[in-house]
Design a protein around this ligand. Structure first.
Ligand code: CTP
Ligand code: CA
Length: 224
């Protein structure tokens, strides 16, 4: 039946998805990054494209294929990711699943950092731009901005505070004590103006379906 009546509920919607880690070089051979596999973000991009959305996926380095019908832009650093997102505007929706490296080296060493015999080097870090917060405050703010939050402690309280601090409409909170990185399954809660909805553990592809369905419902009835 699904094949006979494809769901085109997001046809014509422009949607930006960020996914994967960012990679911040320290010198020509080393970098700072994290364990993000990109799976949840890629599944969301796929679910949105399957409903007819025009999806731009701005992605750090991952080892999964580009979903059908999705336009991927590959980036390395947080600053490159921000620039690619700003270039993709205007969009109707932004879904920020990327695990953006919070810091980068203040200075990129032009040559390989060598052991000196005087102990380890002092790496000075600076904070990266916050892509989600920047999109929320952009002159061309998407109508719907969805953030993710990886937390290990006080998951819901931290996530609620994070949603307000960033200024996003929905925040999907995920408890990363349960080994979500690289896993196929995920346990999340969705926080919006109406409160918290906790979903049972499910495949990341099912989390993606739920989110895509909610986005379609939002455009069908923005007051819902
Ligand atoms: N995010 C982003 N740019 C950053 C940091 C985070 O776009 N520089 C986005 C992530 O894609 C995610 C949300 O913000 O949608 C929350 O990321 P998270 O790392 O949980 O929040 P932080 O504000 O970085 O707080 P902390 O890591 O200290 O918990
Ligand atoms: Ca962070």
């Amino acid at each position: 039946l699904h094949i006979l009546t494809p769901d085109r509920s997001l046809a014509g919607r422009r949607i930006l998805v960020t996914a994967g880690p960012t990679v911040e070089p320290l010198d020509p051979v080393r970098f700072l990054s994290n364990h993000s596999s990109g799976r949840q973000g890629y599944a969301i991009a796929a679910a949105l494209a399957a409903r007819g959305a025009n999806v731009t996926l701005v992605s750090g380095p991952v080892s999964i294929p580009v979903p059908e019908g999705v336009h991927r832009i590959s980036v390395q650093t947080a600053r490159e990711m921000l620039a690619a997102c700003e270039t993709a505007l205007p969009v109707d929706v932004a879904v920020c699943t990327a695990a953006v490296s919070d810091w980068r080296a203040k200075e990129l060493a032009p040559g390989k950092i060598k052991k000196t015999g005087d102990g380890p080097p002092r790496l000075e870090l600076v904070e990266n731009p916050d892509i989600l917060a920047t999109l929320c405050r952009a002159a061309q703010r998407p109508r719907l901005v969805v953030g993710f939050a990886a937390e290990t402690d006080d998951v819901l309280d931290n996530a609620k505070a994070k949603r307000l601090r960033k200024g996003c409409d929905w925040l999907v909170a995920n408890d990363v004590r349960q080994g979500v990185f690289g896993a196929m399954r995920n346990t999340v809660s969705l926080i919006d103006d109406n409160g918290v909805q906790s979903w049972p553990e499910m495949d990341k592809t099912d989390v993606a379906e739920q989110i895509a369905q909610r986005i379609a419902a939002f455009f069908a009835d923005p007051s819902s």
